[in-house]
Design a protein around this ligand. Structure first.
Ligand code: NOJ
Length: 397
């Protein structure tokens, strides 16, 4: 048979997987600041996380499911609030728990990628001022040390801080109530603190020579209208580029892409009328990941790229497949242009608790029954698992 021009081939050794974060799936993360926020009187959050997916107890199921579906990598986060529930008190049981998760990945044949910090903080850290505390960098370095036993045996990939630009934006933009297409301006002091925390954490991790460490940035595909390049640069630099530039010299850079933002003369514009939107209200725009990869590669001077998140909140699983096929086409194109992309991790393995939106948006390849916690892979999970297994993507389906 002649080669199919509509079939894209990914190299062997390219990693394929799915991602989650502790607070969004574990359940009962009661010592975290996010749990406190969910339960605070007058909270603006629509829903509490509650039992979430009960993954604190059922992680083995999703790990085995991902492996059975054909994936080879699982990105998950460890919860600082469980590991250090009080300042200076490290829970050996929590460390053991996460070591068991790593072991479960190995048993199933999955490569674990471990994120040390994915948005939620211990309450005590938040009470000290969180990332605005003068001790934040030291405290995060000490947490990294405490977490070393989790990543010391066979964890090659460690992501220090997830979306520091989102973290700094949430602090800079607190109480602003911005429209959906406007990204809050990061607090510059917090941005600097996060860079320092990332570097100190990497230095601690370097005690284990096999670990490759980096951080994961929310890339936002800012696209200037003609003549608006300068506006886009001024808008995009503190929100994205600053964090990519800080990753020069890292072992990898994580790209997390969902949608684009068009920049006009007055800054970001809402999606054009009539365009398809996801459950998050974001424009359906699969090539966004290509913009993110290219910006990351350029601004880091060629640090290897990992797509650490990419996905879509949708109730229509056929749109998830279409979106992901479009995104993977953009990934493939970037690789064909010479960019070193090491893997693709879909957000998310499971339908889970979405920070500001609760359980309404469904990003998962695997559905989770909210009462029984039964996990059911969607057609997209089988489809992407097949792409992962074969390294082939057919785009004319
Ligand atoms: C990025 C975040 O890392 C993740 O926690 C979140 O659920 C997804 N984006 C979707 O918004």
């Amino acid at each position: 048979m002649p080669p199919n021009p509509n079939e894209l081939h990914f190299p062997s050794g390219f990693l394929w997987g799915a991602a989650t974060a502790a607070h969004q799936i574990e359940g009962n993360n009661v010592n975290s600041d996010w749990w406190a926020r969910e339960h605070a009187p007058g909270t603006t959050l629509p829903e509490v996380s509650g039992d979430a997916c009960d993954s604190y107890h059922r992680y083995g199921e999703e790990i085995r499911l991902l492996a059975d579906l054909g994936f080879d990598t699982y990105r998950f986060s460890i919860e600082w609030a469980r590991i250090e529930p009080e300042r200076g008190f490290v829970s050996r049981a929590a460390i053991e728990h996460y070591r068991r998760m790593v072991a479960a990945c190995h048993e199933a044949g999955l490569t674990p990628m471990v994120t040390l910090h994915h948005f939620s903080n211990p309450r005590w850290f938040a009470d000290l001022g969180g990332w605005q505390s003068p001790d934040a960098v030291d405290l995060f370095a000490r947490f990294t040390e405490a977490a070393l036993p989790i990543v010391a045996d066979g964890v090659d990939w460690v992501c220090t801080i997830n979306e520091p630009n989102g973290v700094a934006g949430a602090i800079g933009g607190a109480n602003l109530n911005l429209p959906n297409h406007v990204y809050a301006l990061p607090d510059p002091q917090v941005s600097q603190t996060l860079v320092q925390a990332h570097r100190r954490s990497r230095a601690v991790l370097s005690a284990i020579p096999t670990i490759k460490s980096g951080w994961a940035i929310a890339t936002q595909a800012f696209q200037p209208e003609p003549g608006c390049e300068e506006v886009a640069h001024t808008y995009g630099h503190p929100r994205e580029d600053f964090f990519l530039e800080a990753a020069r010299g890292d072992d990898f850079i994580g790209v997390q892409a969902y949608t684009r933002t068009i920049i006009g003369p007055d800054g970001p514009k809402p999606p054009r009328e009539g365009v398809e939107r996801t459950q998050m209200g974001w424009e359906y725009y699969p090539p966004a990941v290509g913009d993110g990869i290219r910006n990351a590669w350029k601004l880091t001077d060629g640090v290897p790229v990992f797509v650490t998140e990419n996905g879509i909140g949708t109730a229509d699983d056929t749109r998830r497949i279409a979106y992901t096929a479009g995104a993977l086409t953009a990934v493939h194109q970037a690789m064909a242009d010479g960019i070193d992309v090491r893997g693709y991790l879909h957000w998310s393995a499971l339908d889970n608790y979405e920070w500001g939106s609760g359980y309404r948006p469904t990003f998962g390849l695997i559905a989770v029954d909210r009462e029984t916690f039964v996990r059911t892979p969607k057609p997209s999970a089988h489809w992407l698992g097949q792409v992962a297994k074969t390294g082939r993507l057919t785009t004319d389906a």
